[in-house]
Design a protein around this ligand. Structure first.
Ligand SMILES: Cc1cc2nc3c(=O)[nH]c(=O)nc-3n(C[C@H](O)[C@H](O)[C@H](O)COP(=O)(O)OP(=O)(O)OC[C@H]3O[C@@H](n4cnc5c(N)ncnc54)[C@H](O)[C@@H]3O)c2cc1C
Length: 297
């Protein structure tokens, strides 16, 4: 099993925007080994009174980490039972954490100008450590987030001051509207978004449609995320992280990402995949063969 399991102490919870909270955890074992783009699984129930309800842990990207102090900060968007439970934790409570899970996100060596596109607050959490690491290593970093309303997004003061952070809204054209003005100077792009938007960007790239100059030699890394709001009951799981990264070890095979070289697992080979490696015409996730193969996508 990847990662460690740790009883983390809650150091505090902090409301930062409507429905958005920071959850600060003392988790020295997990924090000491966490890298950009990795996530943890949290049991949303009191670890001192074990219960199988809710049965599945919830996945959270590590929004910020103080590795020396052994502290993690998670950005929690209140959606349902698990996230509401997490935001009700208070200093001194404990939470069972499993992680870090997934592979490190790292820009290419020669990348100087990094563009990060994030569809929603969870996506910002997915790239926030990457933004901080890249800025610290001297790259210029622009992070553009699309959020339903500007006031509901991740507040700028939560991101490092040397990251240029812009917020857009669906009315202003969303991420696709922001792309033409930002992509021309980028050496590399990471997009954290639901499957449908990733597919749209892949189509634009193939069409070589101006002004979306996603030139062929521009590396684009895609982080497939759940399509919130949650899928309807009985509907198939969306490709990618979906709602479900149930085990975080690759054993259950639920978090399938279809690629041109077969099925990959979000928890093992993710969170990022080369955009051109993703297969948007694939069978429904779960019907693909080859899940768990370990070669790179
Ligand atoms: C890789 C990844 C990273 C994520 N990172 C973040 C992040 O940084 N911040 C953030 O806010 N969210 C993040 N999420 C979403 C998060 O994991 C939760 O899905 C979300 O917060 C909603 O959980 P909930 O329990 O509040 O909602 P719910 O709707 O109660 O549950 C969410 C899902 O859990 C399942 N579920 C619900 N109840 C049960 C039960 N009793 N037993 C078993 N399964 C159940 C269902 O499939 C449901 O769709 C991430 C998701 C993924 C896949």
């Amino acid at each position: 099993m990847g990662g460690r399991i740790e009883h983390a102490g809650v150091a505090g919870t902090q409301p930062v925007a409507p429905s958005l909270w920071l959850l600060h955890l003392e988790a020295p074992a997990v924090a000491s080994s966490v890298h950009a783009g990795q996530f943890v699984l949290l049991r949303c129930a009191d670890p001192d009174h074990p219960t199988f309800d809710p049965y599945l842990p919830r996945a959270y990207f590590v929004f910020a980490a103080d590795r020396r102090a052994g502290r993690l900060s998670l950005l929690v968007e209140v959606r349902g039972r698990g996230s509401a439970w997490l935001t009700r934790r208070r200093e001194g409570d404990s939470v069972l954490v499993h992680g870090p899970i997934g592979r490190e996100l790292r820009p290419e060596r020669l990348t100087r100008h990094l563009l990060l596109l994030a569809e929603g607050a969870v996506a910002v959490a997915g790239v926030s450590l990457l933004a901080a690491d890249a800025a610290r290593t001297g790259r210029s970093v622009t992070l553009i987030a699309n959020t339903p309303e500007a006031a509901a997004g991740v507040p700028p003061q939560l991101l490092p001051a040397d990251v240029e952070y812009r917020v857009t809204t669906p009315e202003a054209g969303g991420l696709l509207g922001a792309l033409p003005g930002a992509v021309s100077w980028a050496d590399e792009v990471f997009v954290a978004a639901p499957w449908a938007l990733l597919e749209g960007i892949a189509l634009l790239r193939r069409a070589r449609l101006e002004p979306f100059t996603l030139r062929a030699n521009l590396p684009v890394q895609a982080i497939p995320l759940p399509a919130f709001p949650a899928r309807r009951a009985g509907a198939p799981h969306p490709a990618g992280g979906g709602d479900a990264v149930p085990c975080g070890s690759g054993a259950c095979g639920a978090c399938i990402v279809p690629t041109g070289r077969g099925a990959r697992l979000f928890c093992r080979q993710g969170a990022a995949f080369r955009l051109e490696a993703l297969r948007f015409d694939a069978d429904a996730p779960g019907e693909m063969e080859g899940a768990g193969a370990t070669d790179d996508a």
